[in-house]
Design a protein around this ligand. Structure first.
Ligand code: COA
Length: 164
């Protein structure tokens, strides 16, 4: 039984994340998508809201679950009996950060392996913060976000030009 975690900020979840989850799901018996509640980033949505959006848009599959966690990814893995960390590598610049994180996690928890999956090329350049910036400035993000998530993001970030 191989259980994996896909940790991230998911602020908000994008079609790129969903693509990665779909590609990785056949590799594992269980996949926990986990929102990092203590990320160093300033979040647009609360951890609860991010979990809620993930639950709304993820495929209904009994192998998939969604949660949030605080502290180190590896500590959460140990507490849940999870043996693998799923990460996406989109670009060469991602690689350096992911390489450091994977090896540091291995140092802290030698039994937990990081598994890298490449997202589809059409999502390889997007990130949640770029999408937030487009929305803030009134641009079109329909190809990057599921409609429910887009609605929530537009409600949260009114374009700069909108009257308050
Ligand atoms: N499609 C679209 N965008 C993607 C993506 C994909 N397939 N994969 C990643 N991204 C984007 C995300 O939207 C995010 O964009 P943003 O920076 O604009 O918000 C960016 O790539 C990277 O985000 P993510 O994969 O969510 O990683 P992260 O660096 O925000 O968080 C954690 C990684 C969860 C491991 C870390 O933040 C954390 O808090 N860990 C807890 C402490 C810990 O254990 N640290 C590791 C010690 S070695």
């Amino acid at each position: 039984m191989v259980s994996a975690i896909y940790p991230g900020s998911f602020d908000p979840v994008t079609r790129g994340h969903l693509d990665l989850i779909e590609r990785a799901l056949p590799l594992f018996d269980r996949l926990t998508v986990a929102v990092a509640a203590n990320s160093t980033k300033t979040a647009t949505f609360t951890a609860e809201e991010r979990v809620e959006m993930l639950r709304e848009v993820l495929p209904k599959d009994k192998r998939l679950s969604v949660t949030s966690f605080r502290g180190l990814v590896v500590d959460f893995c140990k507490s849940q009996g999870i043996g693998a960390v799923l990460r996406g590598v989109r670009t060469v610049s991602d690689f350096e950060y992911e390489y450091q994180m994977a090896l540091t996690n291995r140092h802290m928890a030698p039994g937990i392996e990081t598994v890298f999956v490449m997202p589809s090329v059409q999502y390889s350049y997007v990130s949640s913060s770029l999408i937030r910036e487009i929305v803030r400035n009134g641009g079109d993000v329909a190809s990057f976000l599921p409609p429910q998530v887009e609605r929530r993001l537009r409600d949260r970030l009114r374009p700069l030009s909108s009257p308050s």
